[in-house]
Design a protein around this ligand. Structure first.
Ligand code: 13P
Ligand code: SF4
Length: 354
């Protein structure tokens, strides 16, 4: 949908006034009206690296969700300020693992006598507290673009992995990329005593998966895949690894948002693609690649935006930029020093992965 021309002009003017003092990052799931003002766009991994590579910017405006802004704060210097244009832009998956629950889980693993063999690997989509827990216990962060390398590294450090908080990324990476079986994985449910697992199950498991998921990607089913294959003969099914295992197993290609874009850039004219990820990105790709004769459709028949990503809209971005241009620091995301130190350890292990 076309953006309001008045708001576009105001965003442009505020950005111009701020000049090099501001750097705007945009995740691929952001609305078109916001993406047009991003200095860089990317997946979670690329944005974390890009945020860290801008020491001259006093303000980092993060058009994405809360855990991304926290990670940017952790990776930038103390005098740089990270701003999230709407503080309500959270992530329901990240909220599925709290510090208290994860501490309790560690006690359960300790009582079962396995904690000493466990290396935590936490998905970027987690709070700074969970990242700090990960760093403290010798683990690393991963994103959907380096999960295999993170698991390779973790299994060099220990015999078991506690994967937080996305069970699907954990399971998909273990089974699809690491040659493990579904039986090597158990699911720890934070709402059940002892996670719903016996000590024997914990001892036998290689992957202890936290019972978290993304509700946006959870909407895709095996039916969505079968349906689109029947509807569009020859279609390539390309999905995000946050999708359920049966969806990933039935797909032709699996990867992060950045991977999805690269795959379409490399695709031949005349090819057809069904994409299983958030709808702002899929629509943008459909429009971008249509003139090149590449057909891009959404994997499911229902719409599927990430409602929290969508909270960052042009009015919020304009408000944030104009406030900064007037010298008012609004919506700063700041991680406390102790959490930051341990979370940084875990993030730096990820950045150092081969
Ligand atoms: P990537 O952009 O890293 O693929 O992650 C997708 C996502 O869900 C971010 O919240
Ligand atoms: Fe969180 Fe899913 Fe939205 Fe990504 S798409 S921010 S994992 S709710």
């Amino acid at each position: 949908s076309p953006s309001d021309p008045d708001l576009v002009a105001r965003a442009r003017a505020a950005k111009e006034k701020l000049g090099d003092k501001v750097f705007v990052l945009g995740h691929h799931y952001q609305r078109d009206e916001v993406i047009q003002f991003a200095d860089v766009t990317g997946d979670s991994f690329k944005l974390a690296r890009d945020a860290a590579a801008r020491p001259e910017a006093e303000y980092i405006v993060f058009c994405g969700v809360h855990f991304m802004a926290e990670s940017a704060d952790i990776l930038t210097s103390d005098d740089q300020k990270v701003v999230l244009p709407d503080l309500a832009a959270g992530c329901s998956m990240a909220d599925m693992a709290t510090a208290e629950q994860v501490a309790e889980c560690w006690d359960v693993l300790t009582e079962a006598g396995v904690a000493g063999q466990v290396v935590p690997v936490s998905y970027m989509n987690s709070s700074a507290d969970i990242k700090a827990f990960t760093g403290k216990h010798g683990g690393t962060i991963c994103t959907s673009s380096n999960a295999k390398r993170a698991l390779d590294w973790a299994f060099e450090q220990g015999e078991k992995v506690l994967f937080l908080p996305d069970q699907h990324l954990g399971r998909n990476t273990a089974v699809r990329d690491m040659g493990m079986s579904l039986d090597d994985c158990v699911v720890y449910n934070p709402h059940k005593p002892n996670g719903g697992l016996t000590a024997d199950e914990l001892r036998a498991a290689k992957m202890i998966l936290w019972r978290g998921h993304c509700s946006v990607h959870g909407r895709f089913s095996l039916d969505s895949v079968n349906d689109v294959r029947a509807r569009i003969p020859g279609v390539n099914v390309l999905v995000h690894p946050e999708c359920r295992h049966e969806v990933v197993a039935a797909a032709d290609h699996v990867g992060s948002t950045e991977y999805i874009i690269k795959a379409l850039e490399a695709a031949p004219a005349g090819s057809k693609w069904a994409i299983g990820t958030e709808l702002n990105l899929v629509r943008r790709l459909a429009n971008r690649f249509a003139p090149e004769g590449k057909e891009v459709v959404f994997l499911d028949r229902t719409v599927c935006f990430c409602s929290t990503m969508n909270r960052i809209d042009l009015p919020h971005l304009v408000w944030a930029l104009e406030s900064l241009a007037e010298g008012n620091l609004v919506n700063r995301i700041e991680v406390d020093k102790e959490t930051e130190a341990f979370a940084k350890l875990a993030l730096e292990r990820m950045l150092a992965l081969p």
